[in-house]
Write a protein that binds this ligand. Structure first.
Ligand SMILES: NC(=O)c1ccc[n+]([C@@H]2O[C@H](COP(=O)([O-])OP(=O)(O)OC[C@H]3O[C@@H](n4cnc5c(N)ncnc54)[C@H](O)[C@@H]3O)[C@@H](O)[C@H]2O)c1
Ligand SMILES: [Fe+2]
Length: 371
């Protein structure tokens, strides 16, 4: 146990069924005058974006050209709209893709260089940025409380997380009602993403007591409600538990950051076109078993969560993956060069946060051992 740590997180949080209805009052009480709604395309098409703009008249424009895994060109276009409309705030409505695009755009609007320069860290943002209110519509990324934006370079196909203190949203309005329409496969992938955040926060070499508490509570909620939310999307109790679990997971990993599972998720997504949650799931049970050999706290955690031990907890994750129809083997991925995959995963900076250390060679052996 660490006997010294620091904890602070600058995001205000409003949580509850129906709280999204308070957006107008929230914007007014914050003194916001002119905003842009940055919303997933889906909400532009199904009328929800129009309804929100009608209910909250200080929102004067809509940006909705957002692809899952948002592109730097989209960040640039959103920033341009913020500039043209002379916005003094923005609202993001959507999953991680919409929130991450909006976070980046709210800083880019004041920048004197291109999105690409900041993405590749050739330039660093100054402190000036627009305040962002986020309304997550998936229960997964925890992006509502983190300082990270994950985007893609349209030119190179490179996907990478960019951390920046500016990217913390001003306010997270977490309303489980917004997640009721999430289809089962997305419920599964986003739920496993949140589970990965909580587990990785817990075993990260940077873990600390406050974040450990959030991680434990998050895992308790996710293990007991993910399957219910997957099987019955209308189950508001399960959806609420998943929204809260994903929020706690975001609070858990915001400071310690994630580790090997997320390090591997980027090459897995790029090479085999897995979405983020399925890519995390691919190695989650494997690293749980491996990390337990160097971090005894994982055995206690498994028992607190009601499992006989780490093995049973890892088996449960494997069951989830099979039930959800995820790819679980190298063969299913079509991976023919395990050594190259392992080398790329092991060299990702997040891998340094993993408690058990691997060389590229030992990681390749572990990949093969688990199949
Ligand atoms: N910033 C962070 O801290 C962080 C952490 C983890 C992941 N990420 C990133 O977030 C992105 C993934 O975000 P995500 O998993 O939330 O998915 P997403 O935002 O890409 O959305 C996934 C799909 O679900 C749909 N969708 C969203 N909300 C819906 C709703 N309420 N009803 C029906 N459909 C809905 C979207 O239209 C889209 O097709 C990835 O780029 C990932 O790398 C960011
Ligand atoms: Fe993630």
């Amino acid at each position: 146990m660490r006997n010294s740590f620091a904890y602070s997180l600058p995001v205000k949080i409003v949580f509850g069924v129906g709280v999204a209805e308070q957006l107008k009052d929230i914007a007014t009480s914050c003194g916001f005058k002119r905003g842009v709604l940055i919303a997933d395309k889906l909400f532009a098409e199904n009328g929800m974006a129009d309804k929100i703009m009608k209910d909250c008249p200080s929102l004067v424009a809509l940006y909705s050209d957002i692809t899952p895994n948002p592109m730097l060109s989209e960040v640039t276009a959103a920033a341009e709209l913020l500039r043209q409309t002379e916005a003094d705030y923005a609202v993001a409505l959507g999953g991680g893709s919409s929130m991450d695009l909006a976070k980046f755009a709210c800083s880019l609007v004041f920048a004197d260089s291109t999105a690409t320069d900041y993405f590749y860290k050739r330039k660093v943002f100054g402190a000036k940025h627009l305040p962002l209110v986020v309304l997550p519509t998936t229960a997964g990324t925890g992006s509502e409380v983190t300082s990270v934006s994950v985007c893609n370079d349209d030119q190179t196909g490179i996907k990478s997380p960019l951390p920046c203190d500016n990217f913390y949203p001003y306010l997270a309005v977490v309303d489980p009602l917004l997640t009721l329409s999430v289809p089962p496969f997305v419920t599964a992938t986003t739920g496993i993403d949140a589970m990965s955040h909580a587990l990785e926060a817990f075993w990260s070499v940077n873990h600390q007591p406050v974040c450990d508490m959030y991680a434990e509570k998050s895992l308790e909620l996710i293990f007991s409600h993910l399957e219910k939310a997957y099987l019955c999307g209308e189950d508001i109790e399960a959806r609420s538990a998943m929204s809260l679990g994903a929020l706690y997971a975001g609070l858990a990993f915001a400071l310690p950051k994630t580790a090997a599972v997320h390090a591997c998720s980027y090459p897995l997504s790029i090479r085999y076109h897995l979405n983020h949650g399925e890519a995390c799931a691919f190695t989650l049970d494997m690293f749980l078993r491996e990390n337990a050999s160097v971090d005894g706290r994982l055995h206690t955690l498994a028992q607190k969560l009601g499992f006989r031990g780490v093995g049973a907890m890892a088996d449960k994750i494997k069951d989830f993956k099979e039930k959800f129809g995820f790819k679980t083997t190298l063969k299913a991925l079509g991976c023919e060069d395990v050594a190259a995959l392992a080398a790329e995963c092991q060299s990702h900076p997040l891998f340094q946060n993993n408690p058990k250390k691997f060389t590229a060679k030992s990681l390749a052996e572990v990949f093969c051992y688990y199949g």
